[in-house]
Design a protein around this ligand. Structure first.
Ligand code: ARG
Ligand code: ZN
Length: 883
């Protein structure tokens, strides 16, 4: 059941047109399909169709019903051993049960409405089909349903007709003029209302935009509509890509496994990524909506018009589209802050995965269940970093040329990552050396760099070495092509002009038409190599990997004072932040050793001083300050340890936070006061930055458990007029258990019990608590009336939230592991995709001490031996055990 990239074969048959008809009923749904099939080469190979959980009612070939022996049926396939030669029509009728479909894959019901999720392999739960992305066909869809229960009937493309039928029913007929793979098919039927708007494209096409939700939520779709229009405009401006139909629909559903889905002209979204109002959604929610609405819209070109040949190429569309949405969000807000957020995410989730049992390259070599490769975000986020490197190497214009060529060559096709690579290379006549390694080698490269200054020769030398760690199935690695964007700071903190660099036996001029450059790309391609800058008249401080120009771990010989210098002066704001993070990581690691040796913890006054100067630097952007005073996460520090010690790391991080709070108390207090605002909520960068800074200051202050400061947080909670500030105050208070904590949490629930998205925040906050023994509280919340294991968002909030507390998930008595083990087995029967996302929390189990390892292993073994386990959970749990 493991599928390999090397086994890819062209399909024996192609589908030309597909006519689908749905009779949506309360007990069952009847799906009829009529497909025009033609062979790729004449011959008589069998036609094999995928199918899962389907009841077959009939099969016809060229109008003739097939009898039992004319086809073969097993639990996963319908095979027609000898189809007629040439083009023929295939008609299949199946019966399905969307009401009982709790996997939320295929056709299912959510809050009384019908909806679909077909990517990656959900279409086979709707009808028998060649469920693979290189089968691209034109679809028509007829939907028939009860008119009062399902007044709105939607599918891809244009509405061709609609009308009433006998018995209180009605129908709609849709046609999508573009060829598409079946994973982009979508259907929605239900009681929905829409916010309507229009967008006029650059060539003058009037596009109707509709965002559909239950009636009571329509007022919360204004931000989503704003985001959609901004995304449409941005794609025209930046990439010259225009929308290609007259209608664009978005539907929000409360039960959805992932974030959203880019079905052609009918995007389906998890409600939490559409619905927002100032009172109920935070700045982070607003930003996520902007990014994901953009993401799904951008897929129309990168994913839908040009799609993937097979699922191993997933990064072709996801890496590229994530890169595009990151660029969109940067252009709409602050580029530096967005980059910091994305790199933090990479470090928190991707690097650890890439060093664990699920490590796999951007283009995996094999999989059991494709869905697992969406949740293991390596492929998606690492994929975006790979696309970003093309842009770094080629510049914006060169990158745009490559994109233009990519569409010129491949519009309407299902292609591979090499095709994208070739377009970038050919459009620019570029030399990409061994760049393709990024697609096939797993593991995060570790680059070490040492520097030396030769005062007599006026040269500055950087010596690099790189190593890609072994990963499951890939013991030995080749060196990678790593672009390291670098600059050199002089003693006043300014960038030095760079004239030339000597590398690999050649002197390369950096200056551009006698204009000096202040930053250059060093192209690493070997295991070890040197770059020598000439005309350097004082010892510089190097600023390396500016903007995080490659997804690697960098270890340099920079001293603490060099790092403090970069923190204060680097012209690259990303690297200013990074210097602070490197300092904080070093500090935390050394305090962890002290803690483990029973020594008293003492905070280096230089660190406090460094942060104070950031806090007081009025030339800095507020959101940048907020990021710069956020300590690296506990997971990040544990990753750098030989044996991860969650208790020590937690103790150290809490200690530093409190210490900073008490030494910088006056500064934090004035930040809270000076960043209040009585104005109406606006989602824009200056306001978000102001709130971010105020909220982090409040969190620091409240960590002191001082009565007066708790009162301050309580005051902020009570006077807040938006969710960003209200929730931040709640979270600040919730750090410290006690009477106020309980009262405020109860108050918040009472206020918001009718808003399920806000209630999820309330679940998550309690689940993530570091209060020892919190597992009991989380167990109790499982039976809270608002809780429901069938709703993915609730699982992610409560179970996912719990697993993100190192102290409680990794509790030494094994209570956290046991809790997760039980939940995974229970959840797997309901929704394998969600269960497998949860089981991933075990993936780093070998990083802990022996006691914890044994406890985690016991749970993994229990899971793997559970009866009727899904392939999804099996793949992750068994890989965890094997590695
Ligand atoms: N293509 C979707 C997106 O870009 C991801 C959804 C995948 N869903 C799944 N169950 N595998 O947002
Ligand atoms: Zn995507």
């Amino acid at each position: 059941k493991e599928i390999f990239l090397k086994d890819y074969k062209l399909p024996d048959y192609y589908f030309d047109s597909v006519d689908l008809s749905f009779l949506l009923g309360e007990e069952k749904t009847i799906v009829s399909s009529k497909i025009t099939v033609f062979p790729r080469v004449d011959g008589s190979s069998p036609l094999v169709l995928d199918g899962a959980d389907l009841k077959l009612l009939s099969v016809k070939v060229n109008g003739e019903e097939l009898k039992n022996g004319d086809y073969h049926l097993d639990s996963r396939h319908l095979t027609i051993p000898s189809p007629p030669s040439g083009t023929f029509t295939l008609e299949i009728v199946t019966e399905i049960y969307p009401q009982k479909n709790t996997s939320l894959e295929g056709l299912y019901k959510s809050s009384g409405n019908f909806c679909t999720q077909c990517e990656a392999e959900g279409f086979r739960k709707i009808t028998f089909y060649q469920d693979r992305p290189d089968i691209m066909a034109k679809y028509t869809v007829r939907i028939e349903a009860d008119k009062s229960l399902y007044p709105v009937l939607l599918s891809n493309g244009n509405l061709l007709g609609q009308g009433d039928l006998e018995g209180g029913k009605h129908y709609a007929l849709w046609e999508d003029p573009f060829k598409k793979p079946c994973y982009l098919f979508a259907l929605v039927a239900g009681q929905l209302e829409s916010r309507d708007d229009t967008f006029v494209t650059c060539s003058g096409r009037n596009v109707s935009l509709r965002i559909w939700t239950p009636a009571q939520d329509v007022h919360k779709t204004a931000h989503a509509m704003y985001s959609l229009k901004a995304a449409m405009k941005w794609d025209e401006d930046v990439f010259g890509l225009e929308y290609d139909l007259d209608l664009f629909n978005i539907v929000a559903v409360p039960d959805f496994n992932m974030g959203a889905m880019e079905n052609k002209s009918l995007n389906i979204f998890n409600s939490k990524l559409v619905l927002a109002s100032p009172e109920t959604a935070s700045d982070a929610d607003y930003a996520a909506i902007l990014g994901v609405i953009g993401h799904e819209y951008f897929h129309n070109w990168t994913g839908n018009r040009v799609t993937c040949r097979d699922w191993f190429q997933l990064s072709l569309k996801e890496g590229l589209t994530v890169f595009r949405d990151q660029e969109f969000s940067s252009d709409m807000g602050s580029r530096t802050v967005k980059r910091i957020a994305d790199v933090s995410r990479l470090r928190i989730s991707q690097f650890p995965q890439d060093a664990g049992p699920m490590a796999h390259p951007v283009r995996p070599h094999s999989y059991i269940k494709m869905d697992n490769f969406y949740t293991v975000i390596i492929l998606v986020y690492q994929g975006a970093e790979v696309v970003r490197m093309y842009k770094t190497l080629l510049g914006s214009q060169g990158f745009r040329k490559g994109m233009d060529l990519y569409f010129k060559r491949h519009d309407g096709q299902a292609v591979t990552c090499e095709d994208f690579f070739a377009a970038m290379r050919d459009a620019n006549d570029a030399d990409f050396a061994n760049f393709l390694q990024w697609y096939s080698q797993a593991g995060t490269p570790l680059v070490k760099v040492t520097s030396s200054y030769d005062a007599a020769a006026h040269t500055f030398t950087l010596k690099f070495s790189q190593e890609v760690p072994p990963t499951p199935g890939q013991p030995v690695k080749e060196p990678m092509f790593i672009p390291v964007v670098s600059g050199l700071l002089d003693s006043s903190g300014k960038d030095m002009p760079l004239s030339s660099v000597y590398h690999d036996g050649a002197l390369r001029s950096i200056a551009n038409n006698s204009e000096p450059a202040y930053s250059t790309i060093l192209r690493l391609t070997k295991k070890e190599e040197e770059f020598v800058f000439s005309d350097i008249h004082e010892r510089p401080v190097p600023s390396l990997l500016r903007g995080f120009s490659a997804p690697i771990r960098l270890e340099s010989d920079l001293s603490d004072s060099d790092l403090f210098f970069l923190l204060a002066h680097d012209s690259d704001d990303f690297n200013r932040w990074e210097a602070g993070q490197v300092l904080a990581r070093k500090l935390m690691l050394s305090l962890v050793v002290d803690f483990q040796q029973g020594k008293p913890l003492v905070l280096n006054p230089k660190f406090v001083q460094g942060l104070r100067s950031i806090l007081c630097d009025s030339s800095l952007e507020k959101e940048f300050i907020a990021k710069a005073i956020t300590l690296p996460g506990e997971g990040e520090i544990m990753d750098m340890m030989e044996v991860a010690d969650p208790d020590a790391v937690h103790a150290v991080r809490s200690f530093i936070r409190k210490q900073l709070a008490s030494e910088l108390k006056a500064d934090f207090l004035s930040l809270v006061e000076n960043n209040r605002s009585s104005e109406e909520y606006v989602f824009n960068h200056p306001n978000m930055a102001r709130r971010a800074l105020k909220n982090i200051a409040l969190a620091y202050l409240a960590s002191l458990e001082d009565q007066e400061l708790t009162e301050l947080a309580l005051h902020e909670y009570k006077t807040a007029t938006n969710m960003t500030e209200q929730f931040a105050a709640l979270a600040a208070i919730a750090q410290n258990p006690g009477k106020i904590h309980d009262e405020v949490l109860a108050d918040f629930y009472t206020k918001w019990q009718d808003d399920f998205l806000v209630v999820n925040k309330w679940f998550a906050l309690q689940a993530m608590s570091d209060v020892p023994g919190n597992v009991e509280n989380v167990r109790n919340l499982l039976s809270h009336p608002a809780y429901d294991l069938r709703n993915p968002n609730k699982v992610y909030s409560l179970i996912g939230g719990f697993c993100s507390s190192p102290v409680n998930f990794h509790a030494k008595d094994g209570s956290g592991y046991k809790f997760l083990g039980e939940i995974v087995v229970q959840l797997d029967k309901i929704n394998p995709q969600v269960a497998s996302r949860m089981v991933s929390a075990f993936s780093r189990w070998r990083r802990y001490d022996e006691t914890r390892q044994n406890l985690a292993k016991a749970q993994l073994e229990m899971i793997v031996s559970a009866n009727g386990l899904s392939e999804n959970v099996f793949e992750i749990a068994s890989k965890c055990l094997a590695a």
